[in-house]
Design a protein around this ligand. Sequence first.
Ligand code: F6R
Length: 610
Amino acid sequence: MCGIVGYVGRREAAALVLEALKRLEYRGYDSAGLAVNSGGRLLVEKTAGKISALETRLDGRLPKGHVALAHTRWATHGVPNEINAHPHTDCGGTIAVVHNGIIENWAPLRAALVKRGHKFRSETDTEVLAHLIEEAYGPAVPLETAVAWALKRVEGTYGISVLSTREPEKIVAARHGSPLLVGLGDGEYFIASDASAVLQHTRSVVYLDDDEIAVLSPDGYRVTDLETGRIEKPVSRVDWDLSSVEKGGFRHFMLKEIMEQPESIRNALRGRLLEDEGNAKLGGLNLTDEELLSFNRVVLTACGTSWHSALIGEYMLEELARIPTEVEYASEFRYRNPIVDEHTLVIGISQSGETADTLSALREAKRRGARTIGIVNVVGSTIAREVDGGIYIHAGPEIGVASTKAFSCQVVALGLLTLHLGRLRSLSVLQGREVVRALNRLPEQALDVLARASEVEKLVSVFEGTSNALYLGRGYNFPVALEGALKLKEISYIHAEGYPAAEMKHGPIALIDDSMPVVFIAPRDAVYQKIVSNIQEVKARRGRVIAVVTEGDDQIAGLADHLITIPETIDPFTPVLSVIPLQLLAYYIAVHRGKNVDQPRNLAKSVTVE
Ligand code: F6R
């Protein structure tokens, strides 16, 4: 989704913000722009397409100046063209605004501004901000006061940064629902929507909260509320390595992140397993055992891939911890009239920790008295900061738009939570130890699966010329079927459906013929014999079967056209291993088709608009 970078200091700002902006390319965008405060003038350059197109247009002639803003736009209001790209300026071209989020009341605001004589150039919601600020920016009014005045008139979500020629050494930034942080350097300050943009320059950051304004100049920064009352903010340290946001010799971030899974799973487990007690230690939950026992229901809420891991969590929590659990799409939950109270534990799962729907669902749950916890990857993200407690999955930065290592680590985190709740409720120490042993083996087993990547790559030929595929699984591997299908469609643009294998008979079976690849996820688990029957049903209709099975499986070997094997583990953790070949399969097919694997069309890494 949109990205913001800003700089005030002593260095040449344009080159710096453009380089930093490239670190946000992974978020997905369709146009880019730059504004530099240059010798009393505001120089703005914008283009449709990638940052490289903007650089080509500038042809090495970067505007000079020590204060700049840059932006990548993911279109919401108005097509992705040069005019709609940010920054947007006021009538006089002396104020520049970049904005992430959506101004919901832009239409009446725009109509009123036009009536008062403002001239609009773009179709965007953002441009109203530039004109509103212009209205309030009288001779004796500082920029931050004019920004606050404007923001009190808008509804919706924003992370904004603003420049003005009248105060050329200043950036004013503000947030409501769209993440922003201030990076602290020595005599220089940064504003960014994502820490990876500033990592090269500083690891000290201040995360802005909703309705806060930051004022940056080379002499320092301050954070205030919308009434300009000063707020003291803690400085956080970003621990990520710069190498973790670079490709490190891999052709794509997605492949790197798939390959990192043994290490990321190890990190998700580190220090959390109590082998003797057969239990898990989860320091960040902020819930006592008594409180955990007081819940009579769990609601898991998330979007996309994280929703798939939530489904696995539901199966685990009901089977091993014997606690009634439901899974809700966050976008549905937030607008229903959900039944939650103080006895409900609501768990939001989010890689980015910024997904607008998941954040709002958690806020709604909190409002209704539920306790909320987050299973989150990005440390310091909004969800991580707003929930009552949580579990960081420690997958490390996930740059590829298609989520991979976050999924496996989410399942591991849900496994740890299930183990802990299970030991409080229903699991014996011996059962707990079995779960601990299985978790401990996962990093090595994931490595084993990855060692077979070249076998998966050969399956690309099965998908040659196909425009449809079916993914089928049962039990814990039904959500893996959904995830495998999602991976394929989002990066290769092949239409793929995930289904519970038995449900296939109630419709999708009509699609099966000898040109239809059908991927079965069928490890030897509690529903193994059932899925063998489903494979037979597909073979009877001459479907082309690719099966992900447990090592040593002779029965499915005799039925399937192609086999991928995974090591044996206990049923709840089979998804951690079975998803890996499906991630690789999607990756190799997309590469073979020449698609932009890391930045698939139309998609954004963190969906900060609803
Ligand atoms: C798919 C994918 C998306 C995200 C979804 C939620 O590969 O990445 O479906 O899973 O947008 O994002 P988070 O987990 O950041 O809340």
